[in-house]
Design a binder for this molecule. Structure first.
Ligand code: F6P
Length: 192
């Protein structure tokens, strides 16, 4: 049966600094993850065909770099746009926009960043990605935290209100295998 593999990009420079959004390159640990990924995937699928999807942001493209498969970049897979808060830490956001920060906590799924997006917006823009994924054989999606929460919730039929809190750790490959109802799941974490 076909599987959908998903992984966040390796640790980025912004992850290290606690900043959100942006287009930072991978940290050294992130690069180590990128180098280990081909072995993990190969051990799992052997010689079965696979297509790798990334966003247009360099942290996902760098994570996919060593994977010997066909690759496709999707603008729709770019991370949730944090608008005026892009590049800030959560502490800086709380200082600069205390009301927004509280509102987001109240209703994280519907909260839309000033000049940016909400999780609801992301769910809408992922529709085309999901439609295409249904037509594919094995795919590996190298994405971002908010994006993978939306995709994961879709495949597992999770309620939208819970979706912004799903744990999608770094340096972990999640393998989803659709069955008649829902999906089987396996997780592989690389000790990096
Ligand atoms: O911190 C990494 C990151 O991908 C940010 O770019 C993004 O804004 C955030 O995670 C999404 O997580 P949350 O919705 O919990 O802030």
């Amino acid at each position: 049966p076909r599987s959908i593999f998903m992984s966040r990009h390796g640790e980025s420079q912004y992850n290290v600094e606690g900043k959100i959004g942006g287009d930072a390159p991978l940290s050294e640990r992130g690069q180590a993850y990128a180098k280990s990924l081909p072995g993990l995937i190969k051990d799992n699928i052997g010689d079965a065909p696979l297509t790798v999807w990334t966003s247009t942001l360099q942290r996902t493209i760098q994570t996919a770099h060593f994977l010997p498969y066909t690759k496709l970049t999707w603008k729709s897979l770019d991370e949730l746009d944090a608008g005026v808060c892009d590049g800030m830490t959560y502490e800086e956001i709380e200082q600069a926009y205390p009301e927004d920060f509280a509102n987001r906590d109240e209703d994280k799924f519907n909260y839309r960043y000033r000049g940016g997006e909400s999780y609801r917006d992301v769910v809408v823009r992922l529709e085309s990605v999901i439609m295409e994924s249904e037509r594919q054989e094995n795919i590996l999606i190298i994405g971002h935290q908010a994006i993978l929460r939306c995709l994961y919730a879709y495949f597992h039929n999770f309620p939208q209100a819970d979706l912004p809190y799903i744990k999608i750790p770094l340096h972990t490959v999640i393998k989803l295998t659709p069955k008649a109802y829902g999906c089987d799941e396996e997780r592989y974490t690389l000790p990096i």
